[in-house]
Design a protein around this ligand. Sequence first.
Ligand code: PEP
Ligand code: MN
Length: 341
Amino acid sequence: MIIILRESATDEQITNLVERVQSLGLQAHLSKGTFRTVVGVIGDEEKIRSAPLKALPGVADVVEVQPAFKLASLTAHPAPSVVEVGSNGNVAKFGGGNVGMIAGPSAIESAERLDEIAGGIKKAGATVLRGGAYKPRTSPYSFQGMGEEGLKVLREVGDKHGLPVVTEAIDPRHVELVAEWADMIQLGARNMQNFVLLTEVGKTNKPVLMKRGMAATVKDLMMSAEYVLSQGNPNVVLCERGVKGFDNACRNMYDVAAVPQVKELSHLPIIVDPSHATGRPELIPACALAGVAAGADGVHIEVHNKPEDALSDGPQALLPDQYAEVAGQIRKVAEAVGKTI
Ligand code: PEP
Ligand code: MN
């Protein structure tokens, strides 16, 4: 950590700062320039992170050298992590050269419908079936999901088609149940900073799909991943799904630059979700390919066999045939960047 003092800082203020740093069990190294003094702090940054040093008189700024997301950082783990989802021979991989392909409807609506969609996406090359049993809807009057019954349907259909399954947990009280039925637990954009939920999910042994909050910075996303990792669950896959922007032409603003940014900071895999990022089926293929070209370790796309009848996110769903076409293109881009599905 580096502490930059104000030009006006007095000798007394500098001494006071140095004493404060030393009282935390850390060393302070003073560097006096012509106009300003800079203090380098040596030792465990964690000890000093919560001390409000910026509030001390004479201090202009405090710059962190080590990121606060210790476990998620590349420093902690320089090799890319590979997250495996599923069991019994049906395993999808994310990271370290593997591109995971998550597809399925926004919500689980019935066994028949999910079965038809799962058949289509499996044929197209998807490696994980998605579907929400608990839906975080903007309106309390919208379809809220099938709940526990939906979890069972998802499990059955996934097993039938040889696809591991991912579904969202929106309530800490449901985490155990979701972990019982699913191979991967999704943490939705609206819940990325629900720290109680993150902590519960971190206590399970199921891989986690962590979606970026719609007003969250990349650093916020890393800190949320750190919550899960700090509970002992190392299997987190991050997901860029668009952030709030000023242009309402798309549902959200697809931040493809988040992908290489995460790669600079972390060993965790990051995938892209062009469905929620754009909300527009015609834009999904291009945005999916851009994500993989930018280094994404997977693609998450909503697919429905009858978008016009869907109970959630129908207008952004691709038809199974459209998914098959983009999946073929994703495969080519993945190969071009040295990855495999
Ligand atoms: C979803 O995956 O259906 C969903 C609700 O996504 P998000 O949390 O990214 O909005
Ligand atoms: Mn959705």
